[in-house]
Design a protein around this ligand. Structure first.
Ligand SMILES: [Zn+2]
Length: 361
């Protein structure tokens, strides 16, 4: 099936020969570079009052109603189920982006504890926004500050420029500088955020994660997180990451933690408009996720398939882990997690989903 080999002319698009990390049926732990663990319970939620017809309406009628309804107990089980599902797909590290306007304080620690219980590595942040007023923006900033100062791993989170005033955006940048971390922010996901490039020019830094960049009209410093499943689901357009000079990483934007699926979607979405696009390029973007979470490279995942190689995986559905070792500990064996009871996690998550759906209904 291979039609080409050799060097690929992009700085972050490593050729197959440079790949050292996957051998036979094993890989390091995979990393999800942009996730929303709070959205795990959303599947099957009651329909919105009317069908959203734009990206802005998807936010207003679905996501901003859902995040407002979350309490800490729902967040805990949403994160636990999300972490379990990630582990079950060989993802050992999650870079999460969190929002729960009615339960801000302590929310990041609840997510961190939930992931620790399952045994999955976590980086998280609270999504600062002015969409619910300035007090909530301040509470969001403080939750980032509290969590990071207490030793939590993460970024300073921000929703997107179109829900942030200049003053709040400045406060996000100042806090990130003070804490010596990057900012994790949605950038030009839909046309609503077309001004993001102008707003972030001069503000964005190399250690930022810029999520989506579908409608980004200029070069910005930072790593671009590409999320093809979510972009297709929201009909925001194709981000065409190959045209960018930034480091490209892959995320799910809350649609599970399956990075082999994200890789396949990345490949197919690119291939749809460019028949020369190689699985090697999509795989090199997945490998770049380790730049953001290097410890996951020490984790070991044994898979049901051999070889774990991009030209195979692009066309092989159903590849699953058989064993996962994180930080030297076997946390997944014979198709099951070792630290938590998956049936119990699913039952508790279902209970919390019912509570959530009642509030939304
Ligand atoms: Zn997102």
């Amino acid at each position: 099936m291979r039609t080409e080999s050799g060097a690929i002319p992009f700085p972050w698009h490593g050729a197959a020969s440079e790949r050292q990390v996957s051998t036979g049926h094993q890989t390091p732990g995979l990393v999800c570079a942009h996730h929303h663990l709070y959205s795990t319970l959303a599947r099957g939620m009651p329909p919105p009052p009317r069908t959203p017809t734009t990206f802005q309406e998807i936010l207003e009628l679905v996501w901003w109603r859902l995040d407002k309804a979350l309490d800490l107990e729902m967040i805990e089980w949403s994160a636990k189920l999300g972490a379990l599902e990630a582990l079950e797909r060989g993802t050992t590290a999650i870079i999460d982006h969190h929002a729960s306007p009615s339960a801000i304080e302590g929310s990041l620690s609840v997510i961190a504890d939930a992931c620790a219980e399952v045994g999955v590595r976590l980086s998280t942040c609270y999504e600062v926004t002015d969409r619910n007023g300035v007090d909530e923006a301040k509470a969001g900033l403080e939750e980032n500050n509290r969590f990071l100062k207490a030793g939590g791993r993460g970024y300073v989170g921000a929703h997107a420029c179109f829900t942030l005033s200049d003053a709040t955006l400045d406060a996000v940048c100042t806090l990130a500088d003070e804490l010596d971390v990057g900012v994790h922010i949605h950038v030009a996901e839909g046309p609503e955020d077309i001004d993001a490039g102008r707003r972030l020019e001069g503000r964005a830094r190399d250690n930022w994660i810029l999520v989506h960049a579908v409608h980004l009209d200029r070069e910005l410093a930072g790593t671009i997180a590409h999320t093809p499943l979510s972009n297709m689901n929201n009909a925001v357009g194709y981000a065409a990451p190959a045209k960018r000079s930034n480091r490209i990483v892959l995320g799910t934007d809350g649609i599970g933690g399956d990075m082999i699926e994200a890789f396949r979607m990345t490949y197919l979405r690119a291939r749809e408009i460019d028949v020369t696009f190689s699985p090697d390029v999509a795989w090199s973007w997945l490998e770049a996720n380790w730049d953001l979470f290097p410890e996951a490279k020490d984790d070991r995942v044994s898979w049901s398939y051999d070889p774990m190689e991009p030209w195979h995986l692009a066309f092989t559905p159903g590849v699953r882990p058989t064993e996962v070792i994180i930080s030297g500990e076997k946390v997944f064996e014979d198709g099951k997690p070792t630290r938590v009871d998956p049936l119990e996690v699913r039952a508790k998550a279902r209970e919390q989903a019912m509570r959530l759906f009642e509030r939304l209904g």
